[in-house]
Design a protein around this ligand. Structure first.
Ligand code: PA5
Length: 454
């Protein structure tokens, strides 16, 4: 069940002057090989690389306990602590999972309100049966303003409704095993916890308890997700970049960025993969968007990731992709086998404009639209990479997540930046703390007030 990737449509002999020549790729291969070595040299510090081989028994045991006592799971988290759980749920569950009757669902309903919008959170309270709801609070740092505010809000609602002594049955906290405010609260109030290991970065955390616990609660086979990731790990260890999809993908994007293709559009032709593109957006943006390189030189690098969806965005974005500036590389995600077919009847054989639809199916139409867009983009001289999923299932999803994580790590080496920090995000968090009056952030608040007064 390997995901196949095809970069034919980035080649200059196919798309013309905006593509890459064989000579350009050949010349850069040693750089890619060095990037592979450099990433594996850091493996001991990059805990996410070993997640495919973890023991999942504790996660599964806690998930079973929640499945027995809850009809709804609410994940409270943001960024790397929310996008993965959302993407996995969309990819592997029924498209209207929360609306299915209980006997047709594999587990409790799932909500991930990853914003501190008051209407969103108050609105969610309106629809929850708190007695049958468990909240999984996910934050690596244990202090992120948005997540901690959500925790405080829903904990208070639970306490009011059910009494403080019942809170332990309604909260599962996923956080750093040793530090942070949430860890302190867990220890003090006795909530069940799951570890978010210190060596696993936020946006690289989908394959630890962050993503696996909500997935196991809703009945997804998490060991199969990890088996897919382990398969991608094996492929990513190949030292010859030409045989290493993650390294080759990273190299192509890096080389095209150098030629002005500094936007990367991920466009799945499958509704299931819509939120995977959203997850990728964070991974690529936060990892590669950096002011300084490893030597401290100001470089201000980073391709801009964009999420798109086929066929929906053919009627919204594709005009720009085909005829706008030559600044984009497209990733098309194609699915060979959909889980269900939706056939069309012979409804209007006598109407010329519609008879071509007779006896066809949605998957035929969607596949044709994907192929047509890929062709149109290539004919317009724009580069694209195609990823072919034999099917969307736990194995291929785990494989794709891990491949994209490795691709990101390799790209970080090619750009010579640290792909694993996020000083820009941290700066925003500090400014929020300052504006909200958090103790210890007075100096920053003073600076902001002075800047406002200018
Ligand atoms: O990738 C990252 O580190 C960030 O985007 C985090 O995931 C995000 O800021 C949430 O942080 P935390 O999990 O500490 O609440």
């Amino acid at each position: 069940q390997a995901i196949r990737f095809d970069y034919n449509n980035v080649m200059a002999d196919v798309i013309g002057e905006h593509g890459l020549t064989e000579a350009e790729i050949e010349a850069a291969l040693p750089h890619a090989a060095a990037a592979i070595e450099a990433v594996y040299a850091q493996r001991a510090d990059l805990g996410w690389m070993d997640l495919p081989y973890q023991d999942t028994s504790e996660i599964i045991a806690q998930a079973q306990a929640v499945r027995a006592r809850a009809d709804t799971l609410v994940v409270l988290g943001i960024g790397g602590s929310a996008l993965g759980p959302i993407a996995t749920q969309t990819a592997l569950q029924h498209p209207f999972y929360n609306n299915l009757p209980r006997e047709l669902r594999r587990g409790p309903t799932l909500f991930v309100p990853d914003n501190v919008d008051p209407e969103l959170n108050a609105g969610l309270l309106d629809v929850l049966d708190l007695e049958r709801t468990v909240f999984n609070v996910i934050t690596k740092s244990g202090t992120t303003a948005e997540t901690m505010a959500s925790f405080i809000y829903f904990r208070e609602a639970l306490a009011k409704r059910l009494g403080k002594d019942k809170l332990v049955d309604h909260l599962v906290l996923t956080t750093d095993p040793k530090k942070g405010a949430l860890r302190q609260i867990a220890d003090r109030e006795g909530y069940p916890t799951l570890p978010l290991p210190a060596s696993v970065g936020g946006r690289f955390s989908e394959l630890c308890a962050v993503g696996l616990f909500p997935a196991a609660v809703t009945g997804i086979d998490i060991d199969e997700l990890l088996a897919g990731a382990a398969y991608a790990d094996k492929r990513s260890q190949e030292r010859d970049p030409r045989k290493n999809p993650a390294a080759m993908c990273a190299l192509i994007q890096f080389l095209l960025d150098k030629k002005g293709k500094n936007m990367v559009v991920m466009m799945p032709y499958a509704q299931r993969l819509r939120d995977v593109a959203d997850w990728f957006r964070q991974l690529w943006a936060e990892s590669l968007g950096k002011r300084v390189d490893r030597a401290g030189n100001v470089v201000n690098v980073g391709p801009t990731p964009i999420k798109s969806l086929g066929a929906t965005d053919q009627h919204s974005q594709v005009q720009l992709y085909a005829e706008g500036p030559f600044d984009k590389l497209m990733h098309f995600l194609f699915v060979e086998q959909f889980q269900v077919e939706a056939p069309l009847s012979n409804a209007y054989p006598d109407i010329n404009e519609l008879s071509y639809l007779d006896g066809k199916s949605f998957s035929q139409l969607l596949k044709a639209e994907g192929e047509a867009t890929q062709l149109a983009i290539a004919e317009a001289g724009r580069p694209s990479i195609a990823h072919y999923f034999p099917a969307v299932n736990a194995f291929t999803l785990g494989q794709f997540y891990y491949m994209l994580e490795m691709q990101t790590a390799f790209a970080g080496e090619l750009y010579n930046i640290n792909a694993f920090d996020q000083p820009g995000v941290e700066a925003g968090k500090i400014a929020t703390y300052a504006l909200m009056g958090r103790e210890g952030y007075d100096a920053r608040r003073h600076e902001i007030e002075q800047a406002r007064g200018r």
